[in-house]
Every structure is written in C-alpha cells, then in structure tokens.
Design a protein. Structure first.
Length: 264
C-alpha cells in the first residue's frame, strides 16, 4: 500500500518518526510535513504567502520526504496536487502521531485532525492518530505506531466510508496496560473555559488559559471516556456538518405565511 504521512508537530517530531518506522517495512511511505511545529492550526490553508517545499533525505524507511512552510492542511493538498507523481499517489493518508490527545470538540482546533480531514475531502481514506500523553520522547510513541501498523490490514479500504476519517487516540501506557479498543463517538469537551488574569512585571494585564478537566461518566460511549478507561478510542468523523434532520422544520418556520418570498 502507498501511504502519505503528514502531521502538525513538524517533520522532525518523534511521533512521525515512530509511525514511519512502523509502516515502512510493509508499505511504500511518502512524507510531506511542516518544517516546524504547527499545532492547533485547525483547518487552515496558506493563501497570502508562497509555499516553500524542500525535498530532504528520506528518513526511517520512507521512500521520499519533503518539508514545507505550510500548514498541515497545505501539506496534504500540496502532496496530492503538486508534489507526488501519479505513481506515488496514496491509497491512504495518515496524520500523526500527535503528542497529546485530540478528543471531543477539541478536534475542531487540531492540526492533526485537519490534516487527515483534508485527505478525506480530496477523496482519500484518512486516519488521524494521537498519543494521549504529553510525553514527546521517541519511546513513548512506539505502542501507538505498532497499533496503527497492526490495524491497517484489518481495514478494508474499499469499504472505507467516503468523506470520513478515523480519529484514533492511544493512551500513553505500556501495551499490557491498555484495556482494549473502543469504537466511540466524540465527547463534548475536555476542559472548561477559564482564563487566569495576571499582571506582568511592567504592570500590564495578560491572560493565561487555565481550564479544568471535565468529568464524564465512566460508562459513556465517548472517546474521552474510553481513553480515561485506558482504551484506544477510534471515532469515525465526517466533515459534512449539515443538520439534515432539521432542514424541513427550518424551512417550515422560515416560510410560514409565505415569508420565503421576503423580498417580493
């Protein structure tokens, strides 16, 4: 299988290294990643400045590697539309391994998830994978990378749902301490919205985000609950945001007493 790998932590991150090393023995791996950390970039694209691309020495078993000045979304868009040859186009796009979880509503801010979502928007099966730990040491990513390598043969790419990514979060534990795998829905939020007001040495006011963890029931079917129960969460996520179930009701409310013809 041909796999395009990108991330939001940058091409030198230990997470992407572990993922390349785990997948390259059995797959043709191509890497297009940011030249520096672009965490929490969301689904942004570079429009006002030129994008620089440099091919670098292939690392960790990858066939070819490039780094760019762009966002995670730029990397996938560039790779498929401009960098890779027709023969190198991927069968699968994988983003990660991110250091730190991407759970619940926080995925809206995630460069890791947005990178995979760009692949899905272009019609490619895509996976976002994160280590639910802030440990950035190389060894910490090995369990996550091994899980992804073991998972791929179990996925039927022909049945991979269109317009969808799999968002995978692996607890930062040794393999024997992981309590299994759970197919989950997105949780609501991981943290409360709270900011600490502080004063700097020059008397100027500044604010520091300081939200607290939100507790969910242990038996909840969410990604947040699964990871807290030491399970690997796999959540199917789509970029189709239309609430189709309320369109008819909305249309009825808007068009009551012929109000749909507002301007006539």
């Amino acid at each position: 299988m041909k796999i395009l790998i990108s991330n939001d932590d940058g091409i030198l991150a230990n997470g992407i290294r572990a993922l390349i090393e785990a997948l390259s023995p059995c797959h043709d791996v191509y890497v297009v990643a940011p030249d520096r950390e672009r965490s929490a970039a969301g689904h942004s694209l570079t429009l006002q400045t030129p994008l620089r691309v440099e091919e670098v020495d292939a690392k960790y078993g990858a066939r070819r590697c490039w780094m760019t000045t762009g966002t995670p979304g730029d990397c996938v868009k560039l790779a498929i539309n401009a960098i890779l040859s027709r023969e190198e186009l991927p069968d699968l796009v994988i983003s990660g391994i991110n250091h730190g979880p991407n759970l619940g509503a926080d995925i809206l801010y995630s460069g890791t998830v947005s990178c995979a979502m760009e692949g899905a928007m272009m019609g490619y099966p895509s996976i976002a994978t994160s280590l639910a730990s802030m440990n950035t040491e190389y060894e910490a990513f090995k369990v996550s990378a091994e899980f992804i390598a073991d998972l791929l043969p179990k996925l039927d790419m022909k049945k991979f749902p269109s317009k969808t990514i799999l968002n995978i979060n692996v607890p930062g534990l040794d393999k024997e301490d992981i309590g299994g795998v759970a197919a989950t829905e997105l949780g609501s939020r991981m943290f409360t919205d709270a900011y600490e007001k502080r004063i700097d040495p020059r008397g100027k006011v500044y604010y520091w985000m300081a939200g607290e963890l939100i507790n969910e029931p242990e038996d909840a079917s969410t990604d947040i609950a699964a990871v807290r129960n030491n399970k690997i969460s796999i959540t199917p996520v789509t970029y189709e945001m239309t609430r189709t179930n309320i369109i008819k009701e909305l249309e009825t409310d808007l068009c009551r007493e012929n109000l749909c013809n507002w301007w006539s």
